[in-house]
Design a protein around this ligand. Structure first.
Ligand code: HEC
Length: 265
């Protein structure tokens, strides 16, 4: 029994060290230019109980729609996802996002290239919730040609695609040089994207002041969600599983004590 206890304790101690070690030991690695210090945001969605800030996501969608969407696509997203559970415009009254009036209005705000099923002609029509966010350029060459030689990358999973994740995205947006709109300090040089944000560029529906910093945080919140829309559900399931396992362990321990109560061991 004693050696078993010792081993168990050792394993517990090692796992604890490993977990905390990972937590403390990861140096912040992203960032191109050595004299730029990445600004680290305390995102609500990080950590084991993280959730997205719904108001920030809604403002972020507004920034994406009014600013970024003229160049960057969200090809993995359909409009209906905006109204999914956990999404920025989820509403309990509309469990089916296809019926959600916000989602319908946002979809209708986009123009979709389609084919007329009766005549076979190419047509344009307003979007419906089931449509995906449409492509902005006909092809990669056209995208590059319109943007100083570089195609604007898709943003659906950008918050996951780069080292530093959400912080990288946020820092790109706030670290342009004041005198050179193409020089980005976080990137560590010239970009093909000129500084996309300037103070007061959007008028937030909820009255929040639209500073560059605020818009950068909000659009990052929205893009963090688009890169991992199932995060909240996953974390809730994880927590429930941990609680279940803990109760199971306690019950197992109690029954172990009972069964061996009168036995010398
Ligand atoms: C006028 C077109 C245009 C607009 C508007 C625009 N971008 Fe860009 N963006 C680009 C181009 C082009 C690149 C590629 C730059 C490069 O690699 O040099 C880029 C690159 C980026 C990158 C860097 C990706 C990487 O490689 O790490 C991010 C992040 C980004 N854009 C986010 C945004 C966000 C968020 C918005 C809205 C606030 C926005 N962009 C608005 C054209 C645009």
């Amino acid at each position: 029994m004693k050696t078993v206890m010792k081993k168990t304790l050792l394993i517990a101690a090692t796992s604890l060290a490993a977990i905390t070690g990972v937590g403390l030991g990861v140096a912040y690695a992203a960032g191109g230019s050595s004299d730029y210090e990445m600004k680290h945001v305390h995102w609500h969605f990080n950590g084991p109980f993280g959730t997205y800030d719904r108001a920030a996501m809604q403002r972020g969608y507004q920034v994406y729609r009014e600013v970024c969407s003229s160049c960057h696509q969200l090809k993995f997203l359909s409009f209906r996802h905006l109204g999914d559970k956990g999404g920025p415009y989820y509403d309990e009254a509309y469990p089916n996002p296809n019926d959600n009036p916000y989602v319908k209005a946002f979809a209708a705000d986009w123009t979709i290239q389609d084919i007329d099923l009766d005549t076979g002609d190419a047509i344009e029509r307003p979007g419906i919730p089931a449509d995906r966010f449409p492509a902005i350029y006909d092809n990669a060459a056209a995208a590059a040609a319109s943007n100083n030689g570089k195609a604007p990358p898709d943003l659906s999973v950008m918050a996951k695609a780069r080292t530093g994740g959400a912080d990288w995205l946020y820092n790109i947006l706030i670290s342009y040089d004041k005198d050179d709109v193409f020089y980005n300090k976080a990137y560590g040089g010239q970009m093909a994207m000129a500084a996309p944000l300037s103070d007061g560029m959007v008028e937030y529906a909820d009255g929040t002041e639209a500073t560059v910093d605020q818009m950068a945080k909000d659009v990052t919140e929205f893009l963090a969600w688009s890169a991992d829309p199932k995060m909240e559900v996953r974390k809730q399931t994880g927590t429930a599983t941990m609680i279940y396992l803990l109760i199971l362990a306690i019950l197992a321990y109690i029954s172990y004590k009972r069964v061996w109560r009168n036995v010398e061991h």
